[in-house]
Design a binder for this molecule. Structure first.
Ligand code: NDP
Length: 515
């Protein structure tokens, strides 16, 4: 992240980054914010080259090992949210394509993948993992172009973690009988997997790797706004020699996802996305014998006690809510800070936010990229306006947003009460709501006062308090003195309206086995 000393002057033309290319927030457009006598450190632009990626004008569906247009020829555009530049036309799968993909997946399941020894399946997963590593730069650039996330996040988080999931589950493929699910756990059949736009490749890896390791075949539906890395992953499957039909990728909108979920040939449904769509899917699947896992929204509390190291906690707060523009289901979107340290924590947080750099997602210095879509930007605007209307105090560092694309400055609301919409609803953007508490009991009561239950953070010097809090909090994942840490060996999932089932680790296998 940007150094506290970094300064740039967009208007100076002296090599400082412009807002479009990435400028530290908190700087005015016309003057550097250095104090007299303090050196001015400019960031030179450090854009990652786009040349490592070749984007085709049109993409087909990946069915039975080959790319083909949609049966009815429909397509849609995917755009770069940082510039609104159309990147490619992508096939929109209809019912006939869903039938074809599920049919291909069923045939591959019965004839090839399920009968194959786990040790052989593992080899394919290892190959995919290694290809992801070899083509990591290409994947990272493509992800940042299609999604808007900063290259340093796609490069250092999304792509390495996606590869790590394939490596990890490759290791399980020939050891399923030792996973604790009986001596001969069986796969379920064809998995219909619907994923969102916030971590496009990583969510594909979370879904595909355990399903394939367990012996299932897959039909994956990426989000409409971020189809490109899933299609590149399909190419990697081809490159790895994966038997045709084992992985199929159907691009399209919500109706494609709905058709996949209700298809009678699908025996397992895995969904990550909004609670609203998750409930709809649960209604569709109810009464069938399909197995279902749902990973839905969240409104996590990041809880800072008065004995926490303030600077470390501030880094954790920033990472908790401003990582990936806050487009994170487990984002620490509610800061619960002990009243006695609230002023200092907020003051340090504001100072830190002024050093973040917003702009070109492909610039390696960028901390805050673009909002993924116009629709998501509208939602963030609506909820933040509601926050002001309900009486919370809004603060953002001075910030020039690029003229084109979808952008939102990091925002902090103080004076938030529990009844405010910004304290209850998932904003899914770079917006933090600050609430205070006096006692640990009050912190627990406020943290649990949500229909969600995905994650939480605790910042304190006392180990006993961490353990006590972790027992009281109703959240699937709890981080102590850190936030947003992920590991393929660690299960992830929620309670209540955050969904059910676990992804990751040994637990993630259970979702794809007949146990
Ligand atoms: P959705 O839940 O609509 O989208 C997730 C995935 O489901 C996408 O692939 C989507 O396709 C697909 N889909 C949409 N409708 C259906 C349906 N009826 N049946 C099956 N699949 C469907 O999320 P949005 O992108 O609309 O985001 C809305 C809000 O959801 C966000 O503001 C955020 O609050 C929350 N969200 C939470 C996520 C999480 O990780 N928990 C991830 C993404 C969003 P398509 O992309 O074409 O619509």
């Amino acid at each position: 992240m940007g150094s506290g000393k970094a300064r740039s002057s967009p208007a100076s033309g002296r090599g400082g980054a412009t807002a479009d290319r990435g400028a530290a927030l908190g700087e005015s457009a016309s003057e550097p914010a250095a104090r007299p006598g303090e050196p001015i450190w400019h960031y030179a632009p450090a854009p990652e080259s786009r040349d490592v990626v070749s984007i085709e004008p049109e993409y087909g569906l990946f069915v039975a090992g080959t790319f083909r247009p949609a049966a009815d020829g429909r397509t849609f555009a995917t755009v770069n949210p940082a510039t609104e530049e159309p990147l490619a036309q992508v096939a929109a799968a209809g019912q006939a394509d869903v039938d074809a993909a599920v049919g291909a997946a069923r045939a591959a399941y019965e004839q090839v993948w399920q009968p194959m020894p786990g040790s052989e399946r593992a080899k394919y997963l290892y190959r995919i993992a290694r290809q992801l590593q070899e083509r990591a730069r290409e994947f990272a650039v493509l992800e940042s172009l299609d999604n808007g996330k900063p290259i340093k996040e796609s490069r250092d988080v999304d792509i390495p973690l996606a590869a790590a999931h394939f490596f990890y589950y490759a290791g399980w493929a020939d050891k399923l009988e030792y996973a604790g699910y009986g001596p001969d756990p069986r796969p379920l059949g064809v998995a219909g997997q619907v994923i969102p736009w916030n971590f496009p490749l990583l969510m594909a890896a979370w879904k595909l790797a355990p399903a394939l390791a367990a012996g299932n075949t897959c039909v994956l539906k990426p989000a409409e706004t971020t189809p490109l890395t899933a299609l590149l992953l399909a190419e990697v499957c081809q490159q790895a020699g994966l038997p045709p039909g084992v992985v199929n990728v159907l691009t399209g909108a919500g109706d494609t996802g709905a058709a996949l979920v209700r298809h009678p040939g699908v025996t397992k449904v895995a969904f990550t996305g909004s609670t609203e769509v998750g409930k709809e899917i649960a209604r569709t699947v109810a009464g069938t014998d399909k197995k279902l896992t749902l990973e839905l929204g969240g409104k996590a509390a990041n809880i800072v006690f008065d004995d926490a190291p303030v600077e470390q906690a501030v880094e954790g707060i920033v990472n908790g809510i401003f990582f990936n523009q806050g487009h994170v289901c487990c984002a620490g979107s509610r800061l619960l800070v002990q009243e006695s340290v609230a002023d200092i924590v907020v003051e340090r947080l504001q100072r830190r936010l002024a050093t973040l750099r917003l702009g070109d997602p492909l610039d390696k210095n960028t901390d805050i990229g673009a909002i993924n879509s116009r629709q998501q930007l509208d939602k963030i605007n609506e909820l933040t306006q509601a926050g002001e209307a309900e009486g919370a105090q809004r603060w953002s560092p001075p910030c020039q947003l690029p003229a084109k694309g979808y952008w939102f400055a990091p925002t902090v609301f103080t004076g938030v009460s529990q009844s405010h919409r910004i304290a209850r609803e998932e904003i899914f953007g770079p917006v933090l709501s600050v609430l205070t508490f006096r006692t640990p009991d009050e912190a627990v009561a406020k943290a649990n006062n949500t229909p969600y239950g995905l994650s939480a953070g605790i910042w304190t010097d006392k180990g006993s308090r961490i353990l006590w809090m972790a027992q009281q909090l109703r959240a699937g994942v709890i981080w102590a003195n850190t936030y947003n840490r992920f590991d393929p060996a660690s299960p992830f999932g929620g309670y209540q309206e955050s969904g059910y089932g676990r992804e990751g680790g040994r637990h993630g296998l259970a979702a794809y086995l007949n146990v």
